[in-house]
Write a protein that binds this ligand. Structure first.
Ligand SMILES: N[C@@H](CCC(=O)N[C@@H](CS)C(=O)NCC(=O)O)C(=O)O
Length: 210
């Protein structure tokens, strides 16, 4: 298998963080990464469109040469192949909570954060659209407040004592915003505490560049 990714891009990054969390805990995962340069538009070249007709990342190339797209589907597949340590949860109830928080982090934070970045200072060269950026900031407010409140009991990770998909997704979203020299964390004390602590983790140090 082979993983097509690019630095800083949030969906590839959350996937890479999950893999590094597993490796840091001792999992042996031999999954080469190939960079597809989004800034140079390589994702829209025929070679990559043959892997992903929508021209996006990440893509997992399977051993039979076929391709799996959508970070959520790839994450669930890799979770089944490499179940330790579990990055969704260790029991049905924990996995349900992991998926719930993962969706809040993805749809409530990563997606509007990516909209904010692309509408403000897009690394891919999209035109600035101030009204879209304002809408994105408004969309971020409730999910950020919810996650901030959740962390208010002093838990180290969103789902409790262990990192899950939700932490990896949030860390990927925050990195993308930092890379664009924007700020969405100020004013959320618990999320700022979580962010500083998460960035110290070996997995974060191995993957994050901003
Ligand atoms: N829903 C998709 C989103 C994929 C996506 O938008 N990927 C971004 C990087 S985070 C991308 O490839 N952007 C390049 C482009 O749209 O040209 C997933 O979760 O994989």
């Amino acid at each position: 298998m082979k993983l097509y990714v690019f630095m800083v891009a949030p969906n590839p990054t959350r996937l890479r963080l999950i893999l590094e969390e597993k490796r840091a805990a001792g999992a042996k995962i031999d999954l080469p990464e190939v960079m597809v340069n989004l800034v140079q538009g390589e994702q829209k070249q025929p070679e990559h469109l043959a892997r992903h007709p929508l021209g996006k990342l990440p893509v997992l190339e399977l051993d039979d040469g076929s391709h799996l797209t959508e970070s959520g589907a790839i994450i669930e597949y890799l979770e089944e192949l490499y179940p330790e340590p579990p990055m969704l949860g260790a029991s049905p109830a924990e996995r349900a909570r992991g998926r719930e928080l993962g969706r809040i982090a993805e749809l409530g934070v990563l997606a509007p954060a990516a909209r904010l970045v692309h509408a403000s200072k897009s690394p891919l060269g999209a035109d600035a659209r101030p009204e879209v950026a304002d809408d994105a900031r408004e969309a971020l407010a409730a999910p950020m407040a919810l996650l901030d409140e959740l962390l208010g009991d002093g838990r180290p990770f969103l789902a409790g004592d262990r990192p899950t998909l939700a932490d990896c997704t949030l860390a990927a979203a925050f990195q993308f915003v930092r890379f664009a020299e924007l700020d969405i964390v100020s004013g959320y004390g618990e999320l700022a505490r979580w962010d500083a602590a998460y960035r110290e983790r070996p997995a974060a140090q191995a993957v994050l560049v901003a």
